[in-house]
Design a protein around this ligand. Structure first.
Ligand code: NAP
Length: 525
């Protein structure tokens, strides 16, 4: 099966052998993709010349209605998306749900929150500012949807959510999308885009898709376009420094990898509710989607006195987690996405082992349940321990994108904050403690280096949304190594696809422009 590109309003197959999409459990080939000889420049032009006018002739409320229809359409095909997730990502039902249901929820969420923007076509920001003594000359700031394409370059681990969390705000803003899914798992994104195109819900030019490596895509982006990238820090650096992007000052949002931490407070001891919640959360983060989440816990920062008891508690749970073919009902954790990722995980673990001891797992020849070790791409859940968090190098730097995490001992609040900051910018940290002073000091000590802080005390208990779970109402992104991007955060997500300008002129003109504008303060409601 060859999966075609959808460009310039047409399905087109790339030439050449392309890349194979593989079942990571059986090693079988599922489909092939190629973007060779696809005219991506024409595809981007089509989005700009057809998609921009067709979407931007609509109001925010009309576009929100389209998102609602897309949400219903995608929900009606949910079973097929789960089937593809199992085949192409080795995802069990929980893994597939995290991606697919997260995608459907996000689409419907933006449909709902977009409605109050109503009949507006642009946004007005703040009050009219008088600029002359007699008030004949004033100023008003506006935000207008960009008249360019939104180009999404996505990571392999969220083929469904990665599409929808970017598409929903871009389309609501009135900006047409061109998505390039990561090659290894492109099938699911492809199927969703195929369903959307067939439904004819979106106007002409609003959605395009390039499957395959498409390495020349960025050479054709222009001033009005927006590039939204999710992937590794290494690729992010390459995208950020692309000459065409630099020369044209193309707006780029980067969501990269990060070495996230979970912090156990000094007041939390074995046998308490918070200790058990913490253990459960760490194991969930290590095993859900086989640890292939950008937000997953990589460093577990623990008071030195609790290293042993915490290590034992996590190991006991990991020992009870069956790893293997997700078609077996007893299996709780599946494979990583392919052999290349397996190799990369094992290489990363070897580095970590140079400065850490292995508490659980770490067997490169580990035998998964109901799967051929040679053909499949499994990594054994692995817990490591590091005694000197400030001296360690790899622990803060090597992202093992799989089921692995490292316990790191800390000795004081100051020491803990210094160790957490060694991640040099992370998407998320979670802090489990009942001590308000400790919580406040840690939040103020590491907040600027994180996009999201999850605080769990006994009053929250099990009702938190999860360390690794990105909810569309809250900010997703992080500084420094995490890419410096900002996504979601409700309607604030629309800012990426708008351009701000100020009009200085007669107040009557400003009033007229304001009559077609929704109030930008709604973005912060
Ligand atoms: P990746 O290798 O960096 O690839 C990401 C995307 O970039 C893919 O679509 C890839 O295409 C494309 N790409 C690679 N080189 C390119 C180039 N020179 N020009 C244009 N596009 C290029 O990342 P991945 O392995 O797919 O994903 C795993 C990583 O993503 C992890 O490090 C994870 O932490 C991170 N991630 C971050 C977030 C977040 O929100 N912060 C979310 C999910 C994942 P091909 O697949 O065709 O090579």
């Amino acid at each position: 099966m060859n999966l075609p590109n959808y460009v310039s309003g047409q399905w087109k197959e790339g030439t050449g052998p392309g890349d194979a999409l593989i079942d990571p459990v059986t090693g079988e080939e599922l489909a092939r993709i190629s973007s060779k000889d696809i005219d991506v420049q024409a595809a981007l032009n089509h989005a700009r010349t057809k998609g921009v006018p067709s979407l931007q002739s609509l109001t925010y409320a009309q576009r929100a209605e389209l998102l609602g229809k897309l949400g219903e359409l995608l929900t009606s095909n949910r079973d097929e998306y789960f089937r593809i997730s199992l085949l192409n990502s080795g995802a069990n039902a929980a893994d597939a749900s995290f991606d697919v249901d997260g995608a459907l929820y996000t689409m419907k969420f933006f449909a709902k929150i977009g409605k109050p923007l109503g009949e507006g076509k642009i946004l007005k920001e703040g009050a009219v500012l008088p600029l002359s003594k007699t008030n004949v000359f004033s100023a008003q700031h506006f935000l207008e949807p960009a008249k360019g394409a939104a180009i999404f370059i996505n990571a392999f681990n969220f083929p469904a959510w990665g599409l929808c969390e970017k598409a929903a705000p871009a389309l609501l803003a009135g900006v047409p999308i061109v998505v390039k899914p990561a090659s290894p798992t492109a099938w699911l994104t492809h199927k969703m885009v195929e369903d959307i195109v067939k439904s004819r819900i979106l106007p002409e030019g609003a959605i395009s898709m390039v499957v395959g490596s498409a390495r020349d895509l960025l050479d054709h982006v222009r001033e009005g376009d927006t590039v939204s990238f999710t992937g590794s820090a290494d690729t992010a650096a390459r995208i950020r420094s692309n000459e065409n992007i630099l020369r044209r000052s193309v707006r780029v949002n980067i969501e990269a990898d990060s070495i996230n931490s979970a912090i156990l407070g000094p007041d939390v001891t074995p046998g308490t509710d918070l200790f058990d919640l913490f253990v459960r959360e760490v194991v969930r983060e290590m095993t859900l989607k086989a640890g292939q989440k950008c937000t997953a816990i990589r460093r577990i920062l623990v008071p030195r006195a609790q290293m042993k008891s915490l290590g034992e508690a996590i190991s006991a749970r990991l020992a009870g987690t069956k790893v293997g073919n997700p078609r077996n009902a007893e299996v709780k954790m599946g494979p990583v996405v392919n052999k290349a990722q397996q190799t990369s995980c094992l290489e990363g673990l070897r580095k970590l082992k140079e400065e850490c001891s292995v508490i659980f797992g770490g067997d490169e020849k580990f035998q998964p349940v109901d799967a051929d070790r040679e053909k499949s791409a499994f990594v054994q859940p692995t817990l490591l321990a590091c005694n000197d968090g400030l001296e360690a190098k790899y622990v803060h730097d090597v992202e093992v994108f799989g089921p692995a995490a490292t316990l790191v001992a800390y000795d004081s609040e100051e020491n803990l904050i210094a160790i957490a900051r060694r991640g040099l910018g992370s998407l998320v940290a979670s802090i489990f403690s009942n001590d308000p002073n400790f919580l406040r000091n840690v939040i103020l000590g590491i907040g600027d280096m994180h996009g999201r802080l999850v605080v769990v005390d006994s009053s929250v208990g099990g009702q938190h949304t999860g360390h690794g779970n990105v909810v569309p109402s809250c900010l997703h992104g992080g500084p420094g190594r995490a890419g410096g991007g900002e996504e979601l955060a409700g309607l604030r997500a629309l800012l990426l696809y708008h351009r701000r300008f100020v009009v200085q002129g007669p107040p009557s003109l400003l009033t007229e422009l304001a009559s077609i504008a929704a109030d930008a303060s709604l973005l912060y409601a």
